[in-house]
Design a binder for this molecule. Sequence first.
Ligand code: ADP
Ligand code: MG
Length: 239
Amino acid sequence: MQASVSIKDLSLNFGSVKVLEHLDLDIAQGEFIVLLGPSGCGKSTLLNCIAGLLDVSDGQIFINGKNVTWEEPKDRGIGMVFQSYALYPQMSVERNLSFGLRVSGMPKAEIEQRVKRAAEILQIEPLLQRKPANLSGGQRQRVAIGRALVRDVDVFLFDEPLSNLDAKLRSDLRVEIKRLHQRLKNTMIYVTHDQIEALTLADRIAIMKNGVIQQLADPHTIYNKPVNLYVAGFIGSPS
Ligand code: ADP
Ligand code: MG
């Protein structure tokens, strides 16, 4: 079967600093992949390359079989949710959700239908007329997810979407993201440094260190059969 996202021999340097080195990763259609590793290991950089927000130094990125290495972000069929919510403060939730679609010239009826569906899935219907300043952190992050959802993208990219939230909200939203994936069945690439998020959400976890994937496997294998001490120390069984 054709991969949903395929990364081939990807390298990225910032000046003389090698941040990603000869990285290969094939992600299946509908798979939930978690990129896990300590701060500074290159997780966000990899996600930004896939999104097209950073130019790669070498290598290729394919989405649904198409080489998108030099495509504009908007033409890649991806939606990205960041750690900080990046909502438009002056617009209502409804406007925040519909803004990108309006700009694209989509017919009004279809915009309304998509906003309604996203609001229903994320349970933010009662919030549609509010401004971001009048929302909680968890509600704002739901709206941020909604902005990717209305675009009907093939691939969702999440960059530590829950790390600004308190523990209770984090676990609630974790459950919701899992439910969202079960419902939409699209490909999700999720960056975190939180082992619990990785173990509960992932079909497969990629453990990263210094821009290299150390191990790529399902949570059970990573936990029980870490390939080296680094992986064991980061997520492996304490035994
Ligand atoms: P992570 O998301 O895993 O915490 P990042 O991908 O943000 O890591 O960063 C990986 C490495 O690249 C870090 O050493 C960071 O300092 C460096 N880096 C990130 N962005 C830039 C940039 N724009 N210019 C120079 N170095 C950067
Ligand atoms: Mg990061």
